[in-house]
Write a protein that binds this ligand. Sequence first.
Ligand SMILES: Nc1ncnc2c1ncn2[C@@H]1O[C@H](COP(=O)(O)OP(=O)(O)O)[C@@H](O)[C@H]1O
Ligand SMILES: [Mg+2]
Length: 243
Amino acid sequence: MGICLATTSGKGGTGKSTVSCGLSIAFSKMGKRVLLVDMDEGLRCLDLLLGVDHKVVFDLSDVLGGAPISNATYTLPQNQLISVVPAPSEVGNISADALSAFAKKVKEVFDVVIFDFPAGLDFSLYSSIGKDTQFLTICNPDPVSVRDAAAVCARLPQTERDARLIINRFDAEYIKKKIYNNIDDIIDISGFRLLGLVPQSSELMLLSVTHSVHKKSKAFKALFRIAKRLCGESVKLPKIKKI
Ligand SMILES: Nc1ncnc2c1ncn2[C@@H]1O[C@H](COP(=O)(O)OP(=O)(O)O)[C@@H](O)[C@H]1O
Ligand SMILES: [Mg+2]
């Protein structure tokens, strides 16, 4: 069976969409076919981050309304293993039942499906994408964002409680300046189990321009470690300085 992932965060801007795209690139380097589904109605961005925005005619709302999935599936010209279904341009077009049927179908075709949700505490659509979904809460290392993650952890429905934490935009300065003694502090405050850390990275910041992440970069290596863990491999966290 394939892998189904979904992103969450309390506030916006923690890097859910960037990490989703980065993970899709990491999984594709393992030879896996990846589908990214943009769930951010009215605020779509995955098409732009991955450079297929100029091609978009159909979106998730068309597919949920009965159009063939292939109509709204845009494969990256630079990486045939990654495809994107853009979010509806208007709000209020995602029905839970149609989403559930869509999720079932795409999981049969792709090795990895990533649902990139908007920020916030509205979890109403989470159960529609299937019980096999691994939820990923993305936070930044600053105390406000970590407290947000704790708020998500406290409110997530019981079934999604085994959600894992990705600390994005990590910078060793947080430890050097004693804002935290170690990574464990962040994990304890958030209430989640840690899946991995992604560094603050100019490459990821420029993703909407370059649409790629270099294989030798620290960001790619961090994303690749996370992808491996999601495949069930045990991969150790490197020393803080090396993240
Ligand atoms: N690891 C990172 N390093 C540097 N910039 C990042 C990183 N992750 C995200 N960003 C930047 O943070 C901003 C918000 O990211 P985005 O993925 O859109 O967040 P979200 O989907 O959670 O709203 C974007 O400008 C993005 O380029
Ligand atoms: Mg986003």
